[in-house]
Design a protein around this ligand. Structure first.
Ligand SMILES: Nc1ncnc2c1ncn2[C@@H]1O[C@H](COP(=O)(O)OP(=O)(O)O)[C@@H](O)[C@H]1O
Ligand SMILES: [Mg+2]
Length: 369
């Protein structure tokens, strides 16, 4: 799959951008603070309706403007026109000029995997970051997952609101508990199915990119041991004490082990970085395997930060994307030009929120040998 066109209006530092892209490697080169990452953020936003920088809509509106627009033409199993507008008072999302009524119908059309510095939070951050990683992947790949997640979150919120009251009425709590258990079971089943597959793919990816002999193991760490309904009932006392739902998939986590030791506790910085990349590679491999076509890869500065070995480990993934007429967007500065990619790149110079197409006849890149 690839994006043949991207349009931005009042998005970050872009007043207006109309760019057309071919499949293959798209290299966005430029000095700092010119707008390279912003382009990747816009593409990811269209795919997931979230920023990978973890910010809300208001921060992406160009200073002094009321709202932003992001639009793209997607060439995938079918072709689609995707459009999104956001302002404090109005949000619209459309596909082929029809308003999107259910997010689940939209999700998963444009599949992206981003590699960025924030990925380190997958290892260092709280369980929330890892749950979000699982949820995003499952929402993009499993029919019904997003709907179950939405039902779960609603039931959880209602339940927690009731538990905040001085003397929560069990008969009022009951229906929400039932809904929580039903929707929660779907989430847990799907997560339990996915994680071993992800673990196998991550282990291979880690081996490819790391120098060390440690074995990566990714394990599902569910909050519920066996029976959600039974354990929930048994936690009634703690619920009253904490005034909230103390167990359930909203407390799940992923355990990351390097040779049977917790990576968060014992891994070196370099190992953590490799591990985060391995998880993202696994995500991309999983999506490629499931759909038969690679997702759009968004690589923000990462190539430049990696040593030669890790870059080499990432290359097969990038090359496969290229061979399958997929697309890879990468950002870099002149200094950290990815030499491995040779001249198969479409180069774009990013300067003060404009994309200037590079001259294809000239050798690509300042430091290209
Ligand atoms: N909401 C916004 N409105 C206007 N400019 C913004 C907004 N958010 C970020 N910027 C600007 O975008 C630029 C950073 O863009 P970015 O894509 O992160 O740069 P880089 O090329 O280094 O990746 C900075 O100049 C920053 O001031
Ligand atoms: Mg950047």
């Amino acid at each position: 799959m690839h994006l043949s066109r991207l349009r931005l209006r009042d998005f970050r530092n872009y007043a207006r951008l109309d760019a057309t892209f071919e499949p293959g490697f798209q290299l966005l080169v430029g000095d700092n603070a010119q707008g390279k990452t912003n382009v990747l953020e816009a593409i990811y936003l269209l795919a997931t309706l979230r920023s990978f920088r973890g910010v809300g809509g208001a921060q992406m509106v160009r200073h002094g403007s009321k709202g932003y627009f992001v639009g793209a033409h997607l060439v995938a199993e079918a072709e689609h026109e995707l459009k999104m507008y956001w302002s404090a008072s109005e949000r619209t999302l459309s596909m082929d000029d029809q308003p999107v009524k259910r997010i689940a119908d939209y999700y998963g059309r444009l599949r992206c995997v981003v590699f960025c510095t924030e990925d380190l939070q997958l290892v260092k951050g709280t369980g929330r970051v890892r749950r979000r990683f699982l949820d995003l992947l499952l929402a993009q790949t499993q029919a019904g997952y997003l709907a179950a997640l939405q039902r779960y979150v609603r039931a959880l919120q209602s339940r927690n609101a009731l538990l905040k009251r001085p003397d929560p009425d069990p008969t009022v709590l009951g229906p929400f508990t039932q809904e929580l258990v039903l929707a929660g079971q779907v989430l847990m089943d799907r997560r339990r199915e996915l994680v071993p597959k992800l673990s196998a793919l991550s282990r291979l990816a880690y081996r490819r990119i790391s120098h060390d002999a440690e074995e990566l193991r990714v394990e599902y760490a569910p909050s519920v041991r066996a029976d959600f309904a039974v354990e929930l009932a048994a936690s009634a006392g703690r619920e009253r004490a904490f005034k909230s739902t103390v167990l359930g998939p909203h407390r799940d986590d992923l355990q990351l082990h390097l040779s049977d030791r917790s990576a968060a506790q014992f891994a070196s910085e370099g190992q953590k970085r490799s591990l985060a990349i391995a998880l993202k590679m696994a995500q991309a491999e999983y999506l490629s395997g499931l759909f038969g076509t690679p997702p759009v890869l968004l690589i923000d500065d990462v190539m430049g930060e990696l040593d030669a070995r890790r870059r080499a480990g990432l290359m097969p993934l990038l090359e496969r994307a290229e061979h399958a007429r997929g697309q890879v967007f990468m950002t870099c500065t002149q200094e950290n030009w990815p030499r491995e990619l040779g001249r198969r790149l479409r180069r774009w110079e990013v300067r003060a929120a404009t994309l200037i197409p590079g001259d294809e006849a000239s050798p690509a890149g300042g430091s290209c040998p």
